[in-house]
Design a protein around this ligand. Structure first.
Ligand SMILES: [Zn+2]
Length: 116
């Protein structure tokens, strides 16, 4: 039934489904936001200035990319493993940031993005 390749045991199936849902949601939310930004950009009075629109669009594109990468890692079976030291990323960290690529130990040295 399952393919005989090494799969990560970092995240059990149940939370993995939950995290997958969160990532899909993040993907959908930011895709919708990008579309909204594109619309408001075309309006004479979009409410936000161009710089703000650019910043929001960049953040949304990044979030979409991160969510897509995380979903891909799930498909590949490497989700939940730090890309630097290959140790398991704690579930609590993944719950707070489902698209996390690094563990808490490596993150301060490598990551630069911070969710608010
Ligand atoms: Zn690490």
């Amino acid at each position: 039934m399952t393919v005989a390749i090494h799969q990560t045991e970092a995240v059990a199936d149940e939370p993995l489904e939950l995290l997958r849902g969160m990532l899909a949601e993040q993907f959908a939310l930011h895709t919708a936001r990008l579309a909204e930004l594109a619309v408001s950009e075309g309006l004479p009075d979009g409410g936000e200035d161009q710089h703000t629109l650019d910043v929001l669009a960049t953040a949304s594109r990044q979030a979409i990319r991160d969510a897509a990468r995380a979903l891909q890692r799930m498909a590949e079976g490497t989700y939940g493993l730090c890309e630097n030291c290959h140790q398991s990323i704690p579930l609590g960290r993944l719950r707070a940031m489902p698209d996390a690529r690094y563990c808490t130990r490596c993150r301060p040295h490598i990551g630069r993005r911070r969710w608010t």
